[in-house]
Every structure is written in C-alpha cells, then in structure tokens.
Design a protein around this ligand. Structure first.
Ligand SMILES: [Ca+2]
Ligand SMILES: [Ca+2]
Length: 480
C-alpha cells in the first residue's frame, strides 16, 4: 500500500465531481501546484501537493494467499499508552488470514504495513475464520481492566470466537458459541464503553430463522431474547447488523432478515445489576427482495437520535433501487413489532454523476455512516459495486451525501472512484468508517474505507470533497 500516483489522480476525479466551489478549489490547488512546479525548486513541496487530497490504497503484503482481500472490513478504536487510536482489520472472507493495520496511530494515518496478522495456517483458527471481524476498546481479563484495543475474529462453521487484544498481556482468548447456525457470520463491536457488552453477533441459520447474540465484556456469548413473532421463518435474522450506543446502559441494534425482507430494530437495556433485556421496537417490512442486507445508524441531522439506513443486496432482482433513511426521532417509543413512526426518505442514485450511470450499478449494496468533515453531523456513504466507470464494467463507485441539520440534500451527492478503474474492481462492495483525529479535544473525523475486492484491496478516501473535507481545509484532508 502507499500513496500511489494513480490514487492521487483519483483526487482530481473527485474534485471534478464537486459543485462549483469544489471546482474553484481545484483551480486554486492547480495554480499553487503550477507555481511550485514552474518554480521547480522544491521536490518535497511537489510531493506534498501531490498528496494534498489523497486516496490511500491498502493492499495485503506479498504472499497473501486468497483473492478478494477487503471483503471483510472492521474499524475500531481504543486507548493505548494514553493515546486514542483506531485500527483497521481486514480479511478476504471465510477461511482467510487476518491483517490489522494501525489506522490512526494517535497522531497520523498509518496504513503502510500490517501491525499484526493471524489465522495464517490451517488449524490456527476455526473453520470459516475471518468471516466477520468486530473491534472494541477493552476486554475484561479477570484482572485489571487495562488499556486495550481488541479484535474479535469469528469462525462461524464451528461457532468459535477469538479475542485478540493489544496490551501488555497480549490477550488471545478463545470462546465457544453455538454451532450449526452460522454463529458469528456477522459481528459488530459496540463503539463506546457499554454495560450491554462489547459486541453483537448474528447467527442467521439458527433454527431456520436466525438469531442474535451479545458478547458481554469478558465472557461468552449470550442470546438476545427477540420476540418470536418478530423473527420470520426462513428470514435469516442476523444476516446484517448495525449498532448505536445511546448511553452506557442502552444500545440500539438493527438486524436484517433479508430472506423475508424484514429489518428488526431492538433496544437493549442494562438494568444496572448485570441484567440485559432486549425489546423489539420496530419491524420494517418491504415488498422488494433482499431488503436490509446492509444497515447503518448515523445521526444525519444532529439531534442525537440516529437515523437508520437500509440498503439491499446489489445483485438481487426486484431490489430497492436506493437506500432508505428512517428518521431517528420517529423510532417507536414502545415495545412492538410495528412500523417505524414515519415513512422513510429514499436516497436514489443520480444518473450520470461523473459520467457514471445508475442502471444495474448496485447502488445501495453497501451503506455506512460517519462524520467525514467533523461538523458534528454523520454523512452517508453508499456503495455501487457494479458501476461502470470510464467504460470499465463493474469497476464500482461509492457515493456520498453530507448530513444536514434540515432535510437531507440528496442532490448534493458526490462520487468517489478509483482513478484508474479496472473491470471487476467492485469498488464499494463494503464500506467502513475509520475514526481519526481522536483525542486532545479534537472533533473526531471518519475516513471512508471502501473495499475493492476485485483488486484485493481497500481504498481510504482521505478527501471526500464534502465541505470541510476538501483540500482547502487542514492538511491533505486529514488534520494532524
Ligand atoms: Ca437524527
Ligand atoms: Ca459531517
């Protein structure tokens, strides 16, 4: 990986895609650039400008045995030696080795070489290992709850979990869960310190319906009690997950049962005495197929109530052509397998944005949310892995819509693509958000990590060209 020439050219592409203000900034950058290069005096300045609005490429080291690296992404944060850091974990899916990148190392982005690896040889980890990854800040080891940054690696074929922590003790613990239900096919860390647990896991094949689990801090997985009527037979609940921490005792979970085109929304509550209860708050049903294979929470309007974003499998026929946004303030306040309190907004693909067409481009096959420009509002990333870019079929692209205190302005959508797209890259198959600029009273930012499994890599778009995340602000769209 590295800051590649081709990747920096992607920046130009993004910048072109922007509204007039972006064009002005491009002009400014080019003029400054020209001034430097014409002056011909400072090669370091040249390098610096080349990186000014950079896209980083994360590739596995030579010898990584399986194609499709980047099919599984996990981003997570924690504290080490008094510094807040973020990590990026990646695999190529089930039965593939793990690589962990430093990510945000406390002061800068570091994606050069893996910080650690694992599950390299047959037998190192359980069958199917690497199908899902979930990161969290700490893992109670039975002694002191020291500073740690931990990653959970699941092996759904055998129901095994590995917890690996970076800490003085280098925790490496194996836990067992249920077998036969693809337990751990999905997993997601709970971001902030929560008494509800450190992670949520899905077991989509359990008892022909699917099931959800939580992982309490320091012990084995526990079933989430979900009302029977909320789980459709054959629906495969647990096929997708999204988690939002309301406060240390309350966590919202959304999970898809896409074979029944249902999304179940739960609120988990810790009673202060070690008991956690789960309450179904909404069952969102759709007549389109494979609804809810991708989910995200994000507070797009800044009212502290997260919006729920719902997409669907990019290859499904009769799928939702877009992403649904359910307004956070309208989530039902009482228990029940009931409709959301309001109709969703539909974010649709904008045709010919950057000359990328929408037809069958898989728009909404992946969705993620995070604050890319540190304005306190989460922004929406939407993958379109089958997009044709510069004539290359299935090169893929990722769209971005900025959060807004008022109604979401979907017309201001931007597009992120590889600067040298190749057929079958599938950019945007999966998306995660890497938190940066943590600590020291900074407002954290999120950098989109977009997988491109067709070229066994992930792209990290440091500049999205959303206002405040363009080359005019800070250094290289990444405050140090
Ligand atoms: Ca909101
Ligand atoms: Ca934002």
């Amino acid at each position: 990986m590295g800051v590649l020439d081709s990747a920096s050219a992607a920046t130009h592409k993004q910048t072109h895609s922007r509204a007039p203000s972006g064009m002005l900034w491009l002009g400014t950058v080019l003029i400054i650039f020209s001034a430097f290069t014409l002056g011909g005096c400072n090669p370091f300045a040249f390098d610096d400008l080349r990186d000014e609005a950079s896209t980083r490429v994360v590739e596995p080291p030579t010898g990584y045995p399986i194609s499709g690296f980047g099919r599984v992404l996990a981003t997570y944060s924690g504290t080490l030696s008094g510094q807040q850091v973020s990590r990026l974990g990646m695999t190529a899916g089930p039965d593939s080795p793990l690589r962990v990148y430093a990510g945000w190392n406390g002061s800068e982005i570091d994606l050069n070489e893996p910080l650690s690896d694992g599950c390299n040889n047959t037998g190192d980890c359980g069958s199917g290992s690497g199908a899902a990854l979930a990161g969290f800040a700490t893992w109670q080891t039975g002694t002191a709850n020291e500073e740690q940054v931990c990653l959970l690696v699941t092996s759904p074929n055998v129901g095994e979990l590995r917890v690996r922590c970076e800490s003085s003790g280098n925790v490496n613990q194996t836990l067992t869960g249920p077998t036969g239900g693809l337990f751990g096919a999905t997993a997601l860390g709970i971001d902030d310190a929560s008494s509800v647990g450190v992670a949520i896991l899905g077991a989509p094949e359990e008892q022909g319906k699917g099931a959800l689990y939580r992982l309490p801090d320091g012990s084995g997985p526990v079933t989430l009690d979900v009302t029977d009527s909320a789980i459709p037979t054959g629906g495969k609940l647990g096929s997708s997950l999204a988690v939002w921490t309301e406060d240390p005792d309350h966590v919202w979970v959304a999970s898809g049962a896409p074979e029944a085109s249902r999304v179940v929304v739960l609120r988990l509550e810790h009673d202060g005495m070690g008991n956690v209860t789960s309450q179904v708050r909404s069952c969102i049903d759709s007549s389109s197929t494979a609804y809810g294979t991708t989910l995200a929470w994000g507070d797009l309007d800044g009212d502290d109530k997260p919006e729920l974003l719902v997409g669907s499998k990019s290859t499904a026929e009769n799928r939702l052509q877009g992403v649904h946004v359910f307004t956070g303030s309208d989530v039902p306040q009482t228990e029940g397998c009931q409709d959301w309190g309001s109709e969703p907004l539909l974010i649709e693909c904008i045709d010919d944005l950057e000359q990328v067409g929408c037809t069958n481009n898989g728009f909404g096959g992946a969705v993620a949310s995070g604050d890319v420009n540190a304005d306190g509002l989460d922004d929406v990333l939407i993958g379109a892995p089958f997009a044709t870019v510069e004539g290359r079929e299935n090169a893929g692209a990722t769209y971005i819509v900025a959060g807004n205190t008022g109604a979401l302005d979907t017309s201001s959508m931007g597009l992120l693509a590889h600067s040298s797209p190749e057929k079958g890259d599938m950019v945007g198959s999966h998306i995660a958000m890497l938190k940066t600029n943590l600590g020291d009273g900074n407002t954290p930012r999120s950098e989109p990590v977009v997988s491109a499994p067709g070229r066994s890599s992930a792209l990290v778009f440091l500049c999205t060209n959303v206002a405040g995340d363009d080359p005019s602000v800070g250094t290289r769209c990444q405050p140090q």
